[in-house]
Design a protein around this ligand. Structure first.
Ligand SMILES: [Zn+2]
Length: 136
């Protein structure tokens, strides 16, 4: 599952909700979903060192509030590709989380796997997402 697919799926859902029920749910549809860290072996991703304290902050955010189920079970494709036989516990997960950016009307979704991607595969999330998390 890649970012674009996750976004499309959720935004479509929001649009349909707004259309079907109207009124009070329109506000919900104003928030567009932006998916972060759904990495895929077929796509390049940004690599870099995240700011100090970012991972700790993101963990706090991740463990606060409601935990969501996911669209599907996922294993780390990069580890599998490297021939890692025994995937570590953080290399497979079906959990994800949404964080709302009120100011910019964005719902950021990210999988639990993001922690694994950052730690093991040096994934560098979009700057605006990092900024939001650091400011929370
Ligand atoms: Zn991995």
């Amino acid at each position: 599952m890649i970012n674009k697919e996750v976004e499309d799926e959720h935004n479509k859902m929001k649009d349909e909700m707004a259309k079907d029920y109207g009124g009070h749910l329109i506000k919900e549809a104003e928030y567009r979903v932006k998916a972060i860290g759904y990495l895929c072996i077929r796509e390049k991703y940004d690599v870099g060192e995240v700011p100090e304290g970012f991972v700790e902050k993101l963990k706090q955010v991740y463990h606060s509030g409601v935990m969501m189920g996911s669209l599907g079970f996922h294993e780390c494709e990069f580890c599998l590709n490297q021939g890692v036989k025994e995937l570590s516990k953080d290399a497979l997960s079906s959990e994800e989380k949404t964080v709302r950016d009120e100011k910019n009307k964005i719902d950021y979704m990210f999988p639990k796997m993001i922690f694994h991607y950052i730690k093991i595969h040096q994934y560098y999330p979009p700057k605006e997402f990092i900024r939001l998390i650091m400011e929370l």
